[in-house]
Design a protein around this ligand. Structure first.
Ligand SMILES: Nc1ncnc2c1ncn2[C@@H]1O[C@H](COP(=O)(O)OP(=O)(O)O)[C@@H](O)[C@H]1O
Ligand SMILES: [Mg+2]
Length: 156
């Protein structure tokens, strides 16, 4: 599914729809160039997911944990060089947990991602415009696509 975003407000709305679809164990992968809006979208998702703390980029720490409706794990695997790096961080305990996990630069660990997941590729356009390409597998993904279709029908 492809979604056109006109401005930050649209990104916020999409973040809200995504937050509403997430369940225990959900994994959302965000890819796209630096400055595409991966962290920004994560911040909107987090806020709607009940995270009160301000979410910042975990580029240097790789993983940050927050408390929301459920535990909220935010990863940025830009600097990850091997699968061992991920095991050392206890990666599996996060993705197979009672929380939800958002992974920026997921393509770096493509072989380690669970089969059931949501993949969002963000393409930057002029100004605040963005294009989201969303693919995935599993019940949460199916639910999200339904909700995004409803969103598009009411907004456009
Ligand atoms: N529609 C939009 N969605 C997300 N970010 C946007 C949008 N329009 C402008 N921006 C800006 O683009 C920048 C994206 O940065 P960031 O979210 O850190 O990107 P990334 O994590 O992909 O490197 C932010 O300064 C944000 O305010
Ligand atoms: Mg980022």
């Amino acid at each position: 599914m492809k979604i056109e975003i006109r401005d930050l407000k649209d990104t916020e709305k999409i973040g809200k729809v995504i937050a509403g679809a997430l369940e225990k164990g959900s994994v959302v992968c965000l890819d796209g160039d630096l400055g595409a809006g991966k962290t920004t979208l994560t911040q909107f998702i987090a806020r709607e997911f009940g995270v009160n703390e301000y979410v910042t980029s975990p580029t240097f720490t790789i993983i940050k944990e927050y408390e929301g409706k459920l535990p909220f794990y935010h990863m940025d695997v830009y600097r990850i060089e091997s699968e061992d790096d991920m095991y050392d961080l206890g990666y599996e305990e996060y993705i197979y947990s009672d929380g939800v996990t958002i992974i920026e630069w997921s393509n770096n660990i493509i072989n380690m991602l669970p089969e059931n997941r949501i993949n969002i590729y963000i393409q930057r356009g002029y100004g605040e415009t963005r294009i989201l390409n969303i693919i995935g597998k599993g019940l949460v993904y199916d639910k999200l696509i339904e909700e995004l279709k409803n969103y598009e029908n009411t907004c456009n």
